[in-house]
Design a protein around this ligand. Sequence first.
Ligand SMILES: [Fe+2]
Ligand SMILES: [Fe+2]
Length: 215
Amino acid sequence: MSRSRQLNRTDQMIEQVDILLRTLIPRAAQPYRPNPALQQEHTEMSDEEKRHAAGLMRINHTGEVCAQALYQGQALTAKLDEVRDQMTQAAQEEIDHLAWCDQRLQELDSRTSLLNPLFYGLSFGIGAAAGLAGDRYSLGFVAATEDQVCHHLEEHFESLPAQDQRSRAILQQMHEDEAHHADWALAAGGVRFPAPVKKVMTLMSKVMTKSVYRL
Ligand SMILES: [Fe+2]
Ligand SMILES: [Fe+2]
């Protein structure tokens, strides 16, 4: 292996570890855009309402941990030359989501999930496998995942305590961004996954949401 190629590999590994740490260490991620929650008033909530809102925001935070891991896994194995810029832009927006959810969890006197390292590892593996399968599958996977995230977010709009406008503002911006990510991934040539594959994905996301709501 040539020296420059070796250096490239080393650079890539350092970047991967840097992203891993910034994703998994609470409060380490810095958002690029201001938190949409800042435009909303703080409102009174009962302990029970705060606990519930925190459970939902913890699920959304872990979803973003999975998003980072998926992008990192894909970056390792997929070519994605034509869509690399868009992919980087999407990954940056996911860092905003991650940081905003973390900030909201702090406001709710709560914390991110203890299971995040586990879900990071699983998602990284899935991302790497999708990347190996080819760019069209990688992009298809992004689209299918984002569809699912949008669906979750819509459920959370309903389920959040009515007065929790700070969490809602974050989820609204996330919903807008995720819908964009799904659109470009399909437009860039992503395959539409068949219903059985989506079913398996739904099942996996149920395991995640059930465990992370409390843990
Ligand atoms: Fe996101
Ligand atoms: Fe996204």
